[in-house]
Design a protein around this ligand. Sequence first.
Ligand code: ADP
Ligand code: MG
Length: 319
Amino acid sequence: MEKAGVINAIAFDKTGTLTEGKPKVSEITPFTTTEQELLSIVYTLEEYSTHPIAKTIVHYAKEHGIPLKIGEAFKNITGKGVQASIDGEIYYGGNLKLFEDIHADLNHHVKASVKKMQGEGKTVIIIGTESEITGIISVADTIRTTTAKALEGLKRTGVKQLVMLTGDNEGTAKMIAKDTNVNRYFSELLPEDKVDAIKQLQNEGNKVAMVGDGINDAPALATSDLGIAMGGAGTDTAMETADIVLMADNLEKLPHTVKLSRKALTIIKQNIWFSLLIKLVALTLIIPEWLTLWMAVLSDTGAAVIVILNALRLLKIKD
Ligand code: ADP
Ligand code: MG
């Protein structure tokens, strides 16, 4: 509570925190093969990943009866995507950064499609090998209905910086930022970049809280002054790293938590100063022998009662 009471900047992970973290497949664009085949490849690639995007794609493929291929050598490329060997070829599925890393030939046709979808606030998964782009799939996540209101409440409580951290592309980040009341965002971050973003906020003189679900943001949760994990959708790592776990799985209770903590801190300080002052007055009155027994009792028990009553004011704080 003490930590929560002094927070003046809060960083939020995008996927699973500000958004539901359950994206839906919105567009499937095959380039060199059929839609069926593209889905089959991406299904195979994502089968072993626990990322929300992977779960979405696997769910979609199963629902549409897409056959699974035999994949080998599965690998997660943190913050970028996945890779696996299918039919003796290494396939990749992930964002632009991943395909730039492997020096794939992204022709302007692919790039234009990707940019268009990103501009609509969607996350794009490019699928292909080093030599050929097989196709792209876009998924869209919905913002939690409670997000905008919770952030508005935090602003009112006096939290100045509401920052979004995301591994997703600039276009999507901008769209989500606009709709959620955050006043700043950092996009295209790898997990270590999220740590740097927290450090940057701290260097600007802020006491920083970080809210996340633990998927690619556990190091940032640990670096922040106050780590807050999403309870329902969050990972075990997140809940172990964090100082606070939001069991309701949304941000609704966060403004109340911060408000209550701030008030509690103020009252604790008031009570300590009040008690010290009364004691000091009583002690001073001893010297000229003015302190009567009644005054001594009142300064002790009376002060205790006042301190308790003052603390009880916390019960009245509502959202
Ligand atoms: P965030 O939590 O902000 O979405 P992540 O670090 O989890 O950030 O992911 C960053 C980006 O990496 C995603 O937006 C996506 O483009 C890509 N990515 C990560 N994992 C996968 C995956 N399993 N399949 C496809 N793309 C992925
Ligand atoms: Mg995440």
